[in-house]
Structures are given as C-alpha cells and as structure tokens.
Design a protein around this ligand. Sequence first.
Ligand code: F6P
Length: 415
Amino acid sequence: RMKLAVLTSGGDSAGMNAVVRAVVKAGILKGCETWVVREGYEGLVRGNQEGHKVEKETSPSHREVHIKDEGFIHNLRFGDGELLKDGTSDHPTGRTLKGRYIVRVGWDDVRGWFGVGGTLCGTARSAAFRTPEGRLQAAHNLIKEGIDALVVCGGDGSLTGADVFRAEWPTYVNTLREKGDITPAQAENYAHLKIVGLVGSIDNDMSMTDMTIGGPTALHRICEAIDNIETTAFSHSRAFVVEVMGRHCGWLALLAGVSSGADFIFIPERPPEADSWEDEMCKMIQRHREMGKRKTIVIVAEGAQDKHLNPIRAETVKDVLTDRLGLDTRVTTLGHVQRGGRPCAYDRIMASTAPDCPTLQGVEAVNALLESTPETPSYMIGISGGEITRVPLMEAVAMTRSVSEAIAAKDFDKA
Ligand code: F6P
C-alpha cells in the first residue's frame, strides 16, 4: 500500500493544519500509510536519526473501527515533547529538535487540527534542501522509511522545490544504489516519486487557482483590524495609513480596501498612473474630505511601488498626507497578526472536505497521488470557479513568475 508523507513549507498560513488533517484522513480511508514530515524540507533532509526509538502504540481512542490503522501517537499537536527536549540546537530558528522528523501518524493524531492556526508540523527555511547533497539525503531518508509519495503545502517557491526534487529523484535513486545505501530491490520499488502540491499562502499569489489556503483568513483579519482603526479615525477625524502583507502581490491590500471602503490603495501590480502618485492620492483624498468624510484610510501593500518601480512606504505616504493636506495621520503596520490565528471556515473547508460535498483539496491531493505515474506531471491542486482543479504544478509556477516579470518590465497591463 502507498506510504504517503505530508509536509508544510515556507511562510505558514491558516488552513495548513486542515490540509494535513485531510490528507492523513483521506490517505487512511483510501488504504495508505500516512506520515508527516516536521519542519518542512529541513525535516526531510534530517530524517530519522539512527538509534532513536519511537514507541509504537495503538491509538487509545480508536473508535473508527472501520479504519484499519495502527495509529502512532506522537503528541504532535503542541510540539512540546519531541520537538523541544533534545540537546542538538543547530536548527535555523535556534530551537532544539529531537532526532525524528519523519513521523508515522494515525487518525487520532490529527484530530482537532481543523481549527488550529499556523502549522503544527512546523516549517523552516532549509538551506540544505537547496543543495543536491541535501536532496540526496532527503531521498535516502524517505526511501529508508519506505515513502515514495509526498504532499507539499506551501507557496510557489516550496512547490517549485517539490517539482525539482521529483525530477531529480531517479538520479538520487541511482546514486544511492551505486553507493550501496539502498538495495537494487529498493531502487526498483522506489524508482518514481509521486508529488502533489497544495497552495498554502496568505497572499493569494499563485496563478491557476482562484484562492490560496490562508488568504481568506488573512483578509478577514485585516478587515477586522481596519474596522477597529476606522472608529478611532472617525473620532479624531484622522488619517490612517495601514500597511498590509503582500511582498509581490497586492491581493490582500486590494480586497481589504474594497471591503473597508478605503480612500486609496497602493499595490505592486498597478501603481498610480499619474507622474506624481502624491498628486493623484492627495487629489482623491481632498475630494473625499470635501464630500464630508471625517476619516481617511490608505492601504499600502508591503511591496507597493510607483510606476518607476520605486518602493512606496507607509511612512512616506503619512508624511505626504500630513504635509500636503494637513491631516493628523498615523501609520499602522499589521504585520504577522494577519498571518497567525485560527483559520476561518472557508480555509478549513477548502483544505479538506465535508460529508456530501464534492471532493475538496486535501482529498483530491491523495487521489492525484494514487493516480500518479512516471508520465503524469506533478500536480497542483487548486480551485477555479468553485471547482477543485488539478493543474500541472510547473505551469502554475511559470504563470506566477510571468506576473512578477511583467511587473519588473513595467508592463502593468499584462501583470
Ligand atoms: O506569507 C507570505 C508573506 O506574508 C509575505 O507577504 C511577507 O512578505 C512574508 O510572508 C513575510 O514573511 P516572514 O516574516 O516569515 O519572512
């Protein structure tokens, strides 16, 4: 039976735990053995250190008798034991980790993960996985555990890494066989790595899917924050410049602006058209004030820029509003409160499935793995027009990159 592992990678986003839960449960229901990888690609490279024994337990609350799965309980939920007590502390985040990163999980291990924010499996930026040596080690670690199917939940960089890993996999298998690290039988059994990607990102910055997992929650957080800011802005008749996340993508800024009736929005893809953005913004805000508005809200995406590609910073916008319009102006940078916290219903549902609903993303990921052959491309699971879709991962990545390239070339209509 297929042994599949799921990992989360890159910046966390609300709904990643719902993905892991859905993949694990769908995998078990479809007869697979299920594993999670801790700390993203870093965990793949580190693998399971020799000599570290894991207690094999039968899940104590195994009420789902129809699910024939032993269940390995590791208390992954709070990362309190396994993750934190070890003496080695060479992890990039400075946290200490015990030597077991690729962990067998059962039904009960992911119970309740639906509503928890962030990623309980952990995520890390792995320098090692960017090297061929690191990826060779990762391949060896997976084969040692008998795993040849991987679900990666992350942004475009993480999904590109997954596709590279899959493309190079046969080379790694050959090298490992030649070195005698794996047997010829293992080389034959694990000749093909099955990979599928799910897009976890608050920025909604991936092409070929209408929505990334975590985007709706972050947008909701921003709207709530702006609602709060608005009441105090109204009281004092002030202007607020609110900086929101979105290094390369203005989706959060744009939609937050639309849903809160902001006066002006700066996003990377569509800079103000006037030669001077200062003039354009001031003219608009002046008009709004003359119409009787007591408060002013300007939203600036982290990656906002003018049409010459010079960055537009919240502090600069504040100075312009103060100096030219005489507005009492404050800056609020929302930062990581946008990214953390419990997922909203849509992110939970999109990531998984519900009874009598069509297949949603986590379940479709397992289907795609089960149907994967050496000839099929690595797929990305997305959503389009309300339908769950399966699109070639690298096509989606290439289209996403072409947007950044168009911006860099100042071709804003194309972007
Ligand atoms: O998750 C994507 C993102 O939110 C970007 O918009 C932002 O620039 C980035 O994460 C910041 O991430 P970190 O603080 O983890 O580097």
